[in-house]
Design a binder for this molecule. Structure first.
Ligand SMILES: Nc1ncnc2c1ncn2[C@@H]1O[C@H](COP(=O)(O)OP(=O)(O)OP(=O)(O)O)[C@@H](O)[C@H]1O
Ligand SMILES: [Mg+2]
Length: 257
């Protein structure tokens, strides 16, 4: 079989059930080409975070297959960066050590000094350089979110999973970070799934938009968004295409939610 056909993240007939038997995701199949970036929107409780956790290898069990380039996604060769919905920072470590620890695990041979320099650059680009010696619980939600983003970026993952990474940010910071996020993705195009509750954000950041149904028996809908995606970031929101896309997505939401 040609390797090109296998390229990317392939989710095949994924079903998730938590202990106690409640089914959360029923038979989801999805292909995300390598280096693509898709956004995911869906009602609360539709299983978006569970999907992320399954891909990241944080669920003890699921049915179906999750493959990356034809092999199980859970091999150590496939580096996965996750920004969990609850940030997932270790409260007893400083901002700097939270990021450094992830880098040491991901790239054990890299020089510590080099890692420190990269951490400095990530924290600066996310506007939180003054927080490097603070502990997570002394930070605001939006600050913790940016630390979690810095940590996921810093390991230069093959697959990047972001679970509502900007939800705690004010509108201006959020827009600034969307731009930083896209610039970073262009420089290091990880295969990316980005969960958001915000329709505008889904349209601004995804090449395609995956709309999860509220009823897991319904199929998810995938809306192509390349026309908006390829526009200059600052021009997107004021464009006709963006407006049309908003109407299209809202219609799908009305049907599926
Ligand atoms: N550890 C768990 N044990 C049992 N049930 C769980 C667990 N985690 C999530 N669930 C249930 O699975 C369903 C999907 O949860 P999930 O967190 O994946 O939804 P979500 O789409 O991310 O929602 P939100 O938009 O609110 O973040 C919910 O009904 C939730 O109660
Ligand atoms: Mg969630």
């Amino acid at each position: 079989m040609s390797s090109l056909r296998n390229n990317g993240l392939h989710i095949k007939h994924l079903s998730i059930e938590y202990k106690g038997g409640s089914s959360v995701l029923g038979d989801v199949s999805l292909t995300l080409p390598e280096h693509a970036i898709y956004t995911v929107i869906g009602p609360s409780g539709s299983g978006k975070s569970s999907l992320m956790r399954a891909i990241a290898g944080l669920l003890p069990a699921y049915r179906g297959e999750i493959l990356f380039n034809g092999q199980s996604v859970h091999r150590k060769e496939t580096l996965i960066g996750l920004v969990p919905q609850n940030y997932g920072l270790l409260p007893w470590k400083t901002v700097q050590s939270n990021i450094q620890m992830a880098m040491k695990i991901a790239h054990p041979l890299q020089q510590q000094r080099e890692q420190e320099e990269q951490i400095r650059q990530w924290l600066t680009s996310l506007g939180i350089s003054e927080l490097k010696s603070r502990f997570p619980l002394s930070l605001s939600g939006g600050q913790q979110q940016r630390v979690a983003i810095a940590r996921a970026f810093a390991i230069l993952p093959t697959i990047l999973l972001l679970d509502e990474p900007f939800s705690a940010l004010d509108a201006m910071t959020r827009e600034a970070l969307q731009k930083i996020f896209l610039d970073n993705w262009l420089a290091h195009p990880a295969t990316t799934l980005f969960v958001t509750h915000d329709v505008d954000e889904a349209i601004s950041l995804g090449q395609k938009i995956i709309v999860m149904p509220s009823n897991q028996k319904d199929a998810l809908e995938i809306v192509d968004n390349h026309t908006v995606f390829q526009m200059k970031h600052q021009d997107k929101r004021d464009s006709n295409e963006f407006f049309e896309q908003t109407k299209r997505i809202r219609k799908v939401m009305q049907e599926k939610w």
